[in-house]
Design a protein around this ligand. Sequence first.
Ligand code: IMP
Ligand code: MG
Length: 184
Amino acid sequence: MTENKSMHDDIERELFTKEELAGIVSRMGREISWDYRGKNLLLVSVLKGSVVFMADLMRAITVPAGIDFMVVSSYGSGVKSSGVVKIVLDLNIPLEDYDLLVVEDILDSGKTLHYLMEVLKARNPKSIRICTLFDKPDRREAEVYPDYVGARIPDAFIVGYGLDYGEKYRNLPYVGVLKPQVYE
Ligand code: IMP
Ligand code: MG
């Protein structure tokens, strides 16, 4: 019965276990905590994909930090960037006093973040950097240089730990590669 089908059945292989993800995030938290000593850190999570990463990362950071959220849409339900970026939910505070750290789930073509960085830089934050859990450098089409990268991965469509395919699989506790027949 389809009702009893598990999400796990759609996963071809596990790429990062829960434990590996925890290790990556705690390493990133230490790095960020060191770099942002004495700064006015504001973590800006790009929803929805970064929600799980953000929740873990903020607790791995030991310096004071504010949090805020943006919703940007660029993908629809497919596996390729449309190139058209839309801000669905914006920040509504002035950014001049903040050292912004944009928290992303995954950097792929870079189109989404390239656009978002232009928008945020124009608001003159004290500083702005990018923190992404995953990076697929081989797929880059726009100029974006992440300052913190959890892991570089090859060109494969991954899901779990916040990452979706058609809004599904975000609640998988690990990161896996989807079986091709799921999107073919
Ligand atoms: P970009 O504009 O091509 O860099 O796309 C970035 C966004 O696409 C990410 O924030 C994700 O939401 C989505 N994305 C890119 N690659 C994947 C993937 O392998 N799995 C799930 N979502 C992805
Ligand atoms: Mg997405």
